[in-house]
Write a protein that binds this ligand. Sequence first.
Ligand code: FAD
Length: 505
Amino acid sequence: MTDEYDVVVVGSGGGALTGAFLAQKAGLATVVVEKTALLGGTSAYSGGACWLPGSAVQQRAGIPDSTESAREYLGAILVDPDATAVEAFLTHAPELVAELEADEAIDFEWLPFPEYYDAPGRVPLGRSIQPANVKRGDLPERVGRLVRPPVERDRAGEGGRNTLSGGQALIARLLDGFLRDGGTVLTELPVTGLVLDGDRVAGVAGMTPEGPKEIRARRGVLVAAGGFEGNADLRAEHGVPGDVAWTMAPSGTNTGEPIRAGAAIGAATDYRGVGWFCPGLAQPDGGGSFTLGFRSGLMVDQRGRRYGNEARPYDQFGRLMAEAPERIPSWYVFDSREGGRLPAIAMPEGDPAEHLAAGTWVRADTLPELAAAIGVPAEDLVATVERFNGFCASGVDEDFGRGDDEYDTFFAGGEGPNKALTPVTQPPYYAARFVLSDLGTKGGLVTDERGRVLREDGHPVPGLYAAGNSAASVFGSVYPGPGAPLGSAMVFASLAVRDLGAAGS
Ligand SMILES: Cc1cc2nc3c(=O)[nH]c(=O)nc-3n(C[C@H](O)[C@H](O)[C@H](O)COP(=O)(O)OP(=O)(O)OC[C@H]3O[C@@H](n4cnc5c(N)ncnc54)[C@H](O)[C@@H]3O)c2cc1C
């Protein structure tokens, strides 16, 4: 079985569908090849924040954002970046937003959400944008049916909501435009290898229920099929902390075969040993839930001690967790001021009663009893909480500076002298188990400023492009701000299709 298109896009996240949408719109016959029955991968679970600096969207909202300030910000935080690729990102981000918004299917708006580093060029309240919500009833039935539901519903085996927001809206809008323009979607077709014509990538090999299938690409192949977060062997081989069970990627999705297929034909890889990390609320079924925005309470390790500012950006807290074995699992200690709910945003939180029944949460009338229930030394836990409560009273976290940065107070609603510091004083007390989760790995195929996959010698592999978590991130090991995964995926997918012949479109 062989099909032929101009462009073959592997995967269906934000990068993949941006590339597919733009290629098809430019008149290139394009196919999206997706492993699972649903489109959108982790991108559909996401908040849909896109770190795309300097666009008309921020200007419309009156945000003091610009390409120059984004350049300054990245210049201050990135470690040994590929300057050409960073510049391509900065230059193309506003062009991409303009190109997308020129289509009636796509609309963005500014999203207040602080950036992750206090560095020159940072924009107060952030410069991320997100797609506007879209109603299921306003979409073609096929689009609504194909978009992967939000994480809490997908994990529970339920369908999506009537209003698609965040990543759901991004995937739905791109897919709507792609199908409208005659694009092709093939689902339940895992790509297992790349097809070569001499040294040129001329298609992909996949597996259908009926047997192997080859899909040929007259112009080229864009691999945007997530990272390898779902592959235990690759994680271990490349030293990515965390666990397949705790990653946020939808079950059965991102196991890295397309990255390996690239490597098998001589592409350079840079696995980085890192992901887009986050604290993960342990779930009764063994999974983890991306958690951010802690309002009250404190995180302790297995010795009953704090080890960082719990309110700092989630990727940075995840990295702290990875630094010492006694931090995984950790326990989040909180009191009853929110009626027995976790004082944070956990996606999904789960049912407190089920957590208590499963032991992923414990509850006790006193802190020593809580300590006994989670197996940490009682005197250490009590001393830690007393010290923390003292910081809440004074308004100064002398140990970790919680509340010093605008990010720390963005989600917090405390009423004391420091909004981010609320004491743990109202029994019964709770402890919730936390593991190290991730939103995907960020190493993969090495690409250049045009999204072209490179060989070890620095020359491009003809016909092969990569974006999103299938590619080694342009931001290296740094997570600059909300929307960095999607923003970078979308920009390099777009640059790839330009190179493929959609140039000037
Ligand atoms: C709750 C949550 C909120 C988040 N919020 C944001 C946010 O607001 N902004 C942001 O930038 N990031 C956010 N992230 C992170 C972001 O969603 C991901 O890192 C990013 O979307 C990954 O994009 P991707 O295209 O690389 O992979 P994915 O979106 O996971 O897409 C990969 C797709 O490829 C398919 N695939 C895999 N292997 C194959 C194969 N062999 N053949 C064919 N198809 C294959 C998968 O099935 C999947 O559908 C969030 C993550 C979570 C979980």
